[in-house]
Design a protein around this ligand. Structure first.
Ligand code: 13P
Length: 255
């Protein structure tokens, strides 16, 4: 049985003190616990330690994620962050392959695959993103496109604990646009992702991997996505920047 996951991607928002305030607010909102829902927040790298301290002090029921990592252990890679550095500040998860990283920073599926392997070697759970552009959606080749991304992103991965590898399907045309995919659109692709995971890893592993939907998910529409068989939660951008609204989304997943 897969536990639902609600993850907040804060993207490049919040200074250090603002991130601490948001984490404290979320800790208060979720004081009563999150039931059987895994909650994760992904602040900018420079704010990870501050949010880790809030989690520890408040005994907050959410986990800490980075938004990116490099696959090398150390060395002359100016501006990058290694998995062991994330681990050292208490990050247990890391988003990889977000479409914004693919589009603005030229990340490829091969890069994302290397990042997943490096993170998993440190016990950090990758939240590996995939999703098609509007052009691909309009051409009707979105399922094949995403299946191809999944095959490349997971190539050679050894998944011993399927709860420790997470996929996020985020159609690019629905990110930050207020235009959501319908729940049926999400299920169509998430179902195809699940079938691909069965082919690659077998039934048991595929059944344990969480697939999240992302793209203008908010407190009003999340319930519809969660009703779908292969949608196990959400990766939330804009709506994760308000503690009360994000906590409402967590409560929807607990219901
Ligand atoms: P929005 O929820 O702001 O559309 O962002 C989705 C996303 O990209 C999460 O990673």
């Amino acid at each position: 049985m897969r536990k639902r996951m609600i993850a907040g991607n804060w993207k490049m928002n919040k200074t250090f003190s603002e991130a601490v305030v948001l984490a404290e607010g979320l800790a208060r909102e979720l004081e009563g616990g999150t039931g059987d829902v895994d909650v994760v927040v992904a602040p900018p790298t420079i704010n990870l330690k501050g949010v880790a301290e809030v989690i520890e002090k408040e005994e907050a029921p959410f986990a800490l994620s980075a938004q990116n990592a490099y696959w090398q252990e150390s060395g002359a890679y100016t501006g990058e962050t290694a998995p062991n550095m994330l681990e050292a500040v208490g990050a247990t998860h890391c988003i990889i392959g977000h479409s914004e990283r693919r589009d603005y920073f030229g990340e490829t599926d091969e890069d994302i695959n290397k990042k997943a392997k490096a993170l998993m070697a440190h016990g950090i759970v990758p939240i590996s993103c995939c999703g098609e552009s509007l052009d691909i959606r309009e051409a009707g080749t979105h399922v094949a496109f995403v299946v191809d991304q999944i095959k490349k992103d997971t190539a050679g991965l050894e998944i011993t604990d399927p709860s420790k590898y997470v996929i996020a399907y985020e159609p690019i045309w629905a990110i930050g646009t207020g235009k959501t995919a319908t729940a049926d659109d999400a299920q169509e692709v998430c179902g195809a992702i699940r079938a691909t995971l069965v082919e690659i890893f077998g039934d048991e592993t595929a059944a344990g991997i969480r697939i999240l939907y992302g793209g203008s998910a908010n407190p009003s529409n999340i319930a519809g996505f969660l009703e779908k068989e292969d949608v196990d939660g959400a990766l939330v951008g804009g709506a994760s920047l308000k503690a009360d609204g994000f906590a409402d989304m967590v409560r929807s997943a607990m219901a």
